[in-house]
Design a protein around this ligand. Sequence first.
Ligand code: SAH
Length: 361
Amino acid sequence: MLKPLSEKQQNPAIMPSIFSLELTDLENWLSDIKEPKFRASQVYDWLYEKRVTSYEEMSNLPKGLRDKMKETYHIEPMKELARQESSDGTIKFLFELQDGYSIETVLMRHDYGNSVCVTTQVGCRLGCTFCASTLGGLKRNLHAGEIVAQVLQVQRALDATDERVSSIVIMGIGEPFDNYEGLIKFLKVVNHDKGLNIGARHITVSTSGIVPYIYKFADEGMQINFAVSLHAPNTEIRSRLMPVNRMYPMEELMESIRYYVKKTGRRISFEYGLFGGVNDQVEHAEELADLINNIKCHVNLIPVNYVPERDYVRTPKKQIFKFLETLKKRGVNATLRREQGHDIDAACGQLRAKERQEETR
Ligand code: SAH
């Protein structure tokens, strides 16, 4: 098992966020302070319909309650430290958290809607050898509300043009299953019809493969899209690329995935990064096809994104197509990820869009 997080990583000394509260949490808190329950819906309406940024604006609430909320829950938007806009419409935001850490959030515009890629941790401790997010280690988990706030702030930016965030991918910095509680709370708030009301089928969570949580997630009964970063056709190569595989070897991973598919009846996505000379040969494609042979799945091929601190090289285009064709010939449902935001660096692996609809077929 992964070691438990330190107290500082798990419970940073910051004010709790109002956006961490599910509607029922808010009702409970209100009843604790002897306020009527119906106020919870009013507050939710201000937060998620009207999207106000202060308690002062919640004009139908008594002043006493507004003051009490202000003392207890953080509501202020994160400071926007930078915003980079790509010619394809992708926008990368750099936000500052209460304790000064900064995180990235990416808005991707597709012809079918707007998708937000959110960060779940400040840094990461999984140590994938190709990934930039893990270079400085893990600073801390985000509170659920800090993940919700990312979506809200992008939504506010879209309000100017009357657009809506239509889907969410949890593929920013961090390992969502290493912040499991925060992740689940986040999902409940954004999915709630009085919250951001984003349908479960429009939300995708991606994990590096922390096996016990795959079982747990399967049992949650949520209709969320689920992706696993596989990146290798066998356990030896996977261990070289992803240290997490030494803790949860591929065999155990595949078993948990079979459980997931059986339990939920849902198809799973595999992300497979092509790392030049490591896992990108036709024989690897054949081996991969064998590995996932009778699993209801989809494979997303991702050409490696160059990370200066890492020395992986890109697979030549011709070889990428050969790999793709091999999978297809074997009956694997596979696509190649289209890249976005290249001119602004938003396409760096850890921040990439992972939307099935977006891939070039
Ligand atoms: N920690 C989760 C969520 C991150 S999602 C996970 O591992 O799934 C980001 C995706 O981009 C993952 O599939 C990750 O393996 C991949 N990725 C990270 N760095 C990359 C790089 N340099 N090139 C291509 N893909 C990369």
